[in-house]
Design a protein. Structure first.
Ligand code: CA
Length: 357
């Protein structure tokens, strides 16, 4: 009896030690994307994240990804994640500008930071702390979820030679940049992505901005509007993962770490994927459409854009303390970060240009 008792005790102890593995919790989540499933690279991070999380948990934590073609609410993601219909979303923070203007800073702002500078601000300065402060109001956690790098200023059917040429110009340009252009006399409209090509082709708009060569090439704008302007309005557009707070807090702690680690991995991955697709698409466009002209807006236009942008930002800061706090954090950080960017990346590019053939 004594021997059996000892054996039974040892067996029970083994089972106790082994029990966490045996009882690995099965979690099934749903994630809604703002994009349709084929709109890569914007649609790339979420499915990659789901695979990583599943692989790292031996299939115990599964996240089912739904594109906008299925859930039909591309701009309703913040509400559906807050409400718990989806535990997670993949989207962009500036789509919530109408709910809370301060959300714009966590995507990009005109004349703001580059991707390098913004990542540094988010991860190592006050960025993510401020981002979470803004999103606490919506009961979701918010994380950077990929970045497009510098977006191009858009496709124009005619050259912009002066401020006068902007007056009455019909352009699709959303967000703060739209407010800036509206101040300069542009007739700003927003049109769903599926109708953009036709709108430009038929002259419903004279110009539009989208992303950069990698995504623009599939839209075909370069076939009808040959002036491709350099960017000023979206220097580092960050995508965003949002997670319902209650659902995240309920996760076993190892799953929480796995999920956050996978988010950071796909954040970096999308930047690389987009850079690669733009480099390749631009080479193809240049070859097939040698009439495309890369342009920079004239100085008087750029100066007016900067002045109008400062006025828009100052007006929001005057009426909204939280907007002011984030605006000042970005401005203060950019002062240091830009000085470093100039003596490192910018000087290197100028140096390399001098010796290139
Ligand atoms: Ca854009």
């Amino acid at each position: 009896m004594k021997r059996v008792g000892k054996f039974a005790f040892a067996l029970a102890a083994c089972m106790l030690i082994a029990s966490p593995a045996l009882a690995a919790e099965k979690i099934r989540w749903k994630l809604a994307m703002t994009w349709s499933s084929t709109l890569t690279p914007l649609a790339s991070p979420a499915p990659k994240l789901a695979k990583m999380v599943s692989d790292m948990t031996n299939g115990n934590f599964e996240i089912r990804v739904e594109g906008a073609e299925k859930h039909k609410a591309p701009l309703g993601i913040l509400d559906t994640v807050k409400g718990g219909q989806f535990e997670m979303g993949h989207t962009a923070s500036y789509y919530w500008k109408g709910k809370d203007i301060t959300t714009v800073f966590f995507t990009t702002v005109p004349f703001g930071m580059t991707s390098d500078e913004q990542m540094a601000w988010l991860y190592y300065d006050d960025g993510m702390k401020l981002q979470q402060k803004v999103y606490d109001k919506f009961d979701v956690y918010s994380f950077p979820g990929g970045n497009t790098g510098v977006q191009m200023g858009g496709w124009f059917r005619k050259e912009i030679k002066s401020l006068e040429d902007l007056k009455g110009l019909k352009m699709r340009i959303p967000g703060l940049a739209g407010e800036v252009f509206a101040k300069l006399g542009v007739n700003v409209t927003n049109i769903p992505s599926g109708e953009l090509y036709t709108a430009l082709d038929r002259g419903t708009v004279d110009a539009l901005e989208w992303v950069g060569p990698g995504m623009d090439i599939k839209m075909g704008f370069h076939k009808i509007a040959p002036y491709y302007y350099a960017g000023w309005h979206e220097p580092a557009s960050d995508m965003q993962f949002i997670i319902n707070k209650k659902e995240f807090d309920k996760l076993p702690s190892d799953y929480q770490v796995i999920l956050k680690t996978a988010i950071q991995a796909v954040n970096a991955d999308m930047f690389a994927e987009n850079y690669d697709s733009s480099a390749k698409a631009w080479a193809e466009m240049k070859k097939e459409f040698p009439n495309i002209k890369v342009m920079v807006f004239p100085d008087e236009v750029l100066k007016a854009m900067k002045k109008a942008n400062d006025e828009v930002m100052e007006a929001y800061a005057a009426e909204n303390a939280e907007f002011k706090e984030v605006y000042e954090s970005q401005k203060a950080y950019l002062k240091k970060a830009r000085a470093w960017t100039k003596i490192s990346t910018q000087h290197y590019l100028e140096t390399a240009d001098k010796v290139s053939e």
